[in-house]
Design a protein around this ligand. Structure first.
Ligand code: ZN
Ligand code: ZN
Length: 301
């Protein structure tokens, strides 16, 4: 069965036959722990100097320029690391809702800082957790990357969302309404957010957390909304852990700071399957798990 993600203009082929291949799903490979973690308290000197710290008696969240940046800090853009907790062995989903909400508030502050430089055209917020997701250090952290150009895929998504608004209304506002009505792919909902197995998920168990009312950006969110988003995110990650065991994942926060017609969402992407030649050759993805089945599994059915 084929489906098309309209926002990303991407085709996905759902094939459960593929999941029957031996060793199709990856586990999570562990790190060889050298004992000296640059993100642990006491080792602050191993990283560049911080640009933001939360916490008075010892830090709770620490932000600093990436030591191995994609762009030169302040010259080609801004690339920062957000260490989400002082505890080396605590995953994001193991933090309290309050602590996760604090991290989300930090994202907002750093986006505000980066966009205050008029040269910055787009800032992306993402997290790599585990080796299969591209994390080089196991200590829980996220990254924020602001660049002086608008990446081509971001332009495509923005233009699609703006165009749909011009024709009728926000695509994602209608989309969430429709998904909640059907209930087939809903994993969990709070008063302001829906957690959905995305209908055209490119990856097995890919889940989107989407505000139910029109919210474009972190800048439209206050503390109560951050608390709710934190709780939704924690809920989804714990459900995945229950269903998948130990797994690597990426988080992508789709923030539209200047673009009020676009709609915010969070992608939670377990990295339990490989991207291989077919995806690279065609831009078309093969997903072995139908989103309806993923939703029912993540609901614990
Ligand atoms: Zn550490
Ligand atoms: Zn909307």
């Amino acid at each position: 069965m084929w489906r098309c993600c309209k926002i990303k203009n991407r085709l996905v082929l759902f094939s459960s036959l593929r999941a029957k291949r031996p060793k199709f799903f990856l586990g999570s490979s562990s790190y060889s722990d050298s004992g000296l973690c640059p993100f642990c308290p006491g080792n602050e000197k191993m990283t560049p100097e911080e640009v933001l710290v939360v916490g008075d008696d010892g830090w709770r969240v620490r932000v600093f320029p990436n030591k191995y940046p994609a762009v030169a800090y302040g010259e080609g853009g801004y690339h920062e690391v957000v260490v989400e907790t002082p505890y080396h062995n605590r995953a994001l989903e193991e933090l309290s809702v309050e602590d996760i909400a604090t991290v989300l508030g930090v994202f907002r502050k750093r986006l505000e800082f980066m966009y205050s430089d008029g040269r910055v055209k787009y800032v992306s917020v993402f997290k790599n957790h585990g080796k299969e997701a591209g994390a080089s250090i196991p200590h829980s952290h996220s990254q924020i990357l602001g660049v002086f150009f608008e990446p081509v895929d971001v332009v495509k998504e923005r233009e699609f969302l703006e165009k749909s608004w011009d024709v009728s209304r926000c695509y994602l506002c209608s989309f969430v309404e429709d998904e909640l009505k059907k209930q087939k792919r809903v994993i969990e909902e709070t008063s302001n957010f829906a957690c959905l197995s995305y209908y055209a998920a490119a990856f097995a168990y890919e889940t989107w957390i989407v505000p139910k009312r029109h919210v474009s950006s972190f800048k439209d969110m206050d503390k109560p909304l951050f608390m709710e988003l934190a709780s939704a995110l924690k809920g989804v990650l714990l459900r995945m852990r229950e269903a998948l065991g130990v797994f690597s994942y990426n988080l992508v926060f789709k923030d539209w700071w200047f673009w009020n017609k676009c709609h915010f969402w969070v992608e939670v992407i377990p990295r339990i399957t490989h991207i291989a030649g077919f995806e690279l050759a065609t831009g078309t993805y093969i997903n072995p798990v139908l989103p309806e089945d993923a939703a029912s599994q993540l609901r614990g059915e």
